[in-house]
Design a protein around this ligand. Structure first.
Ligand SMILES: C[S@@+](CC[C@H](N)C(=O)[O-])C[C@H]1O[C@@H](n2cnc3c(N)ncnc32)[C@H](O)[C@@H]1O
Length: 216
């Protein structure tokens, strides 16, 4: 087993993270005991960040003590792996679906460095209280105004890095994915430098993961 990025391990069969809450599974991942520690396999079909790593991501901004604001946390699949990767940090997990929030709360009960927040990513001023600046903004909300949402949250939370999962069909089902990705990237150009743009095929169709560094 090799540590490819801080807290991310490459196994023969894929990726894994060291379990922050030993014995606890979040989805159908496998738990593996290796040299006295427990690891959770990380499925690139269930997580765009894992898909990005499998597809050659080079710049990994997360550290053991990073503070992350995760927009679109859903039931906590990818946030739970970030909880493993940043055991001394905090993962603020924003989600606006009450249905998803129920599952997310259960994950946050076990993973104490995950903080659930019920709210709409379009209105950062409504959930900013108590969060403060963050190191990394991670966004996966599948909304037509994804770039605008990222920029609003960046103004509020001043991240040094951001990651944005873009689904071309959520933005425009008629334009080609390439054109949609180019237009979204242009909207972010004043605020962020694009470190990488990673196509998530074959794990996710018509998705890219933009890896961004703040210009401010
Ligand atoms: C594709 S899923 C995210 C999956 C998750 N990132 C993972 O990998 O585990 C998108 C989520 O974003 C949430 N969402 C969509 N628009 C939102 C908004 N404006 N504010 C907060 N959450 C939103 C949806 O309810 C959904 O749970």
């Amino acid at each position: 087993m090799k540590e490819t990025f801080p807290g991310v391990y490459r196994l023969k069969a894929g990726l894994a993270t060291e379990n922050y809450a030993p014995g606890y599974r979040v989805y159908d991942e496998k738990l593996l005991k290796i040299d006295g520690s427990e690891y959770r396999t990380w499925d690139p079909l269930r997580s765009k960040l894992a898909a990005g790593i499998m597809n050659g991501l080079r710049n990994f901004p997360f550290r053991r003590d990073s503070t992350v604001l995760y927009l679109g946390a859903s039931s906590g699949t990818t946030p739970s792996h970030l909880s493993d990767i940043c055991p001394k940090g905090t993962i603020y997990c924003l989600e606006y679906s009450k249905r998803m929030m129920r599952d997310l709360y259960m994950v946050c009960e076990k993973k104490k460095n995950m903080v659930p927040i019920l709210g709409d990513a379009n209105f950062p001023e409504r959930y900013a209280h108590g969060i403060g600046p963050v190191d990394i903004l991670y966004q996966d909300v599948a909304q037509p105004n994804q770039a605008e949402i990222l920029l609003k949250n960046a103004s509020m939370f001043s991240p040094r890095y951001a990651m944005l999962a873009i689904k071309s069909r959520s933005i425009n089902a008629v334009k080609s994915p390439k054109q949609v990705f180019r237009e979204e990237t242009e909207k972010l150009a004043g605020r962020f430098e694009v470190l990488e743009s990673i196509d998530l095929m074959p794990y996710d169709k018509d998705h890219v993961l933009l890896n961004l560094k703040s210009k401010k």
